[in-house]
Design a protein around this ligand. Structure first.
Ligand SMILES: Nc1ncnc2c1ncn2[C@@H]1O[C@H](COP(=O)(O)OP(=O)(O)OP(=O)(O)O)[C@@H](O)[C@H]1O
Length: 359
């Protein structure tokens, strides 16, 4: 699967621009702030219908304009697929495939498999557990529609249960039966989500370790493990056990919405004890494992976006990453870098066709 053409109108710092891409490697080079990351984010929009960096959709419209259009022409299994994402201020965002708007954006997820590796991934290490759950969810959702539906349903019931707990507290009342209806629904959706995450991580963790060992040349031992309340008991029992706590807090304190991943290096948390280069290697390994997993599930290599990934990595690690890219396992690649020479040297070594865009 390839992105052949990308056209932007009023997207962030671009007013009107069209790119014709190489089917293998495309590099965007230029000084800080010229828009290299913005082009990658536009490509991300075509896969996920939203920005990787800015959750406020209207802030992706060029300043002083009132709409943006991101238009991509892909080649997928010998067919041409035109994806257009557009947003006008005051209106709902539109995602169209070959001219036909999607009613539910979730139907588009997975159609253009894509993985972004960016310095912003550091949030996965430094931020709270929600960021790591979102990561797991986005990896699984790209190949499992049922999972995405369970997640949507779980979150709906969870907010209803939380609203009910608030209502009880405000009105000084309690009704165990109504609460039980929600508990049972959470149990149904939550158990499926837990099982899917568990099975997914059993496949994913060994892939991740392999990737890390290759990047670091087996220099350090890293581990990734799954933390969930549901390892202790079934969700219905846990909800019942924690009812007094939930009444006091006025929200649901146990469930798969509290799941987390532990990231460790040589048995210590990587957040506190990993160097910047080790943390970056960890994140790159995590994302390359995401790439491998999606490829395994969908049979096609996802588009890979590498935003500024060479900084902070020593030459050996950069060489390792490029060696990984330098084989048939990968599909189309987009790279952004401030150092034009470094990028050109690196991509030349891969002996693949490439295009360099100087922004
Ligand atoms: N909505 C917007 N309207 C106009 N310009 C915007 C908008 N959002 C971001 N920008 C501009 O985009 C530029 C940043 O672009 P981008 O992050 O792609 O830079 P970059 O080339 O990747 O730089 P670096 O090398 O520093 O990572 C900034 O100049 C910023 O002001």
């Amino acid at each position: 699967m390839n992105l052949n053409t990308l056209s932007l109108i009023n997207y962030k710092n671009f007013d009107s621009q069209t790119f014709e891409f190489d089917s293998k490697i495309n590099c965007f080079v230029g000084a800080n702030g010229v828009g290299k990351t913005n082009v990658l984010d536009a490509i991300y929009h075509l896969s996920f219908g939203k920005s990787y960096f800015n959750p406020i959709a209207t802030q992706n419209i060029k300043h002083d304009e009132d709409f943006f259009v991101v238009d991509g022409v892909f080649e997928k299994e010998d067919r041409t697929e035109k994806i257009v994402v557009s947003l006008k201020k005051g209106q709902k965002k539109l995602i169209k495939r070959n001219g036909k708007p999607y009613e539910k954006f979730s139907d588009h997820i997975g159609f253009i498999p894509l993985v972004m590796i960016s310095p912003a991934d550091r949030d996965l290490i430094i931020e709270g557990s929600e960021t790591r759950r979102k990561f797991i969810d986005s990896v699984i959702s790209q190949s499992d529609k049922n999972y995405l539906n369970n997640l949507i349903n779980y979150n709906k019931v969870l907010s209803q249960r939380n609203a009910l707990l608030k209502y009880f507290a405000l009105n000084n009342t309690f009704n165990a039966q109504t609460l039980q209806v929600y508990n049972e629904q959470l149990q149904t959706y939550g158990t499926e989500i837990f099982n899917t995450r568990h099975v997914f991580l059993e496949t994913f963790i060994p892939i991740f370790k392999q990737r890390y060992d290759a990047i670091s040349n087996n220099k350090e031992d890293v581990s990734l493990s799954y933390k969930s309340d549901l390892f202790d008991n079934d969700l219905n029992t846990l909800l019942k056990e924690n009812i007094n706590k939930d009444k006091a807090l006025q929200y649901t304190s146990v469930g798969i919405h509290k799941d987390d991943l532990n990231f460790e290096i040589d048995t210590f948390p990587i957040k506190k004890f990993g160097s910047q280069g080790q943390q970056k290697s960890f994140l790159v390994a995590l994302k390359l494992a995401q790439f491998d997993f999606i490829k395994q599930q969908s049979g096609v290599p996802p588009i890979l976006l590498l935003d500024d990934i060479f900084d902070k990595l020593d030459e050996n690690r950069v060489a390792q990453i490029i060696e990984l890219v330098d084989n048939k396992h990968f599909g189309q690649l987009f790279i952004s870098d401030t150092h034009a020479d470094r990028t050109e040297n690196v991509v030349k070594q891969t002996h693949q066709s490439y295009k360099i865009f100087k922004l």
